[in-house]
Design a protein around this ligand. Sequence first.
Ligand code: SF4
Ligand code: SF4
Length: 103
Amino acid sequence: MAWFAEYPREKIEWYPTIDEDKCVKCGMCMNCGQKVYKWTGDVPIVANPYKCVVGCTTCATLCQGKAISFPDKEALRELYKKEGIWAKVKKGLKEEGRLEVTD
Ligand code: SF4
Ligand code: SF4
């Protein structure tokens, strides 16, 4: 993903986890446009965790079984602060011509 061009997405532990006991097989998670989920047999699995958009929790909101969870957002905030990720994202956005504000 372009936004993380200067920071490996795989180093950001942000992706959904499904509690199989709670899953009611409603299929709502399959609406994710990032192809994070794959339907196998009669259950969804998290097939491409690092395609999940960092900070997004939409599928958990839609999930009819309240079966989807994410890591603690506070840990994500700390990582962004520690690694200066926003500065890297800004640099990438500027290079793409998508950010016009100055530092
Ligand atoms: S949080 Fe967003 S991007 Fe990630 S799997 Fe759910 S809907 Fe897809
Ligand atoms: S949205 Fe939740 S309950 Fe529905 S299939 Fe996906 S994980 Fe299961």
